[in-house]
Design a protein. Structure first.
Length: 139
């Protein structure tokens, strides 16, 4: 912010192309160091599947959706090491059943993120983000 104000003051004192570029660069540099955070509400219905490795899991009930035929494969698994039934892990995953389809021109369904993301109560998810600033985004 201070760099932007200095650049603006320099532009007010001397309206030159160089000072204009300093203003643009200050904003651009901040944008490069800014992470945007958003949340997307969603609803899922789960069904109990008893033949999982750990004795059972709540698996999302999903039908293929969209041109990629995306199927939700997320599930809740009981933590077998816990002494009570209170502790579960959420495993988020989806699959594209039509990988040869396209979402938009130039965006193939084979590019759909089909990774598995584990949210475990014992292991907080922490990713190193090189952010100096955080902005909340509606999308």
């Amino acid at each position: 912010m201070l760099d932007t104000f200095r650049a603006l003051a320099g532009m007010c004192d001397h309206s030159t192309e160089e000072n204009f570029l300093k203003i643009a660069k200050a904003g651009h540099d901040k944008n490069l160091r800014t992470c945007q955070i958003s949340s997307n509400p969603f609803a899922q219905q789960f069904v109990w599947v008893s033949d999982f490795d750990n004795g059972g899991a709540w698996v999302v009930s999903s039908q293929p959706e969209g041109p990629c035929g995306v199927v939700q494969l997320s599930r809740f698994e009981k933590d077998q090491s816990a002494t009570s039934d209170l502790f579960w892990r959420y495993i988020a995953r989806k699959a594209a059943t039509n990988p040869s389809g396209t979402v938009l021109p130039g965006l193939s369904c084979s590019a759909v993120d089909q990774g598995e993301y584990v949210y475990d109560w014992k292991k907080p998810r922490s990713d190193h983000l090189q952010c100096e600033f955080v902005e909340f985004s509606p999308i």
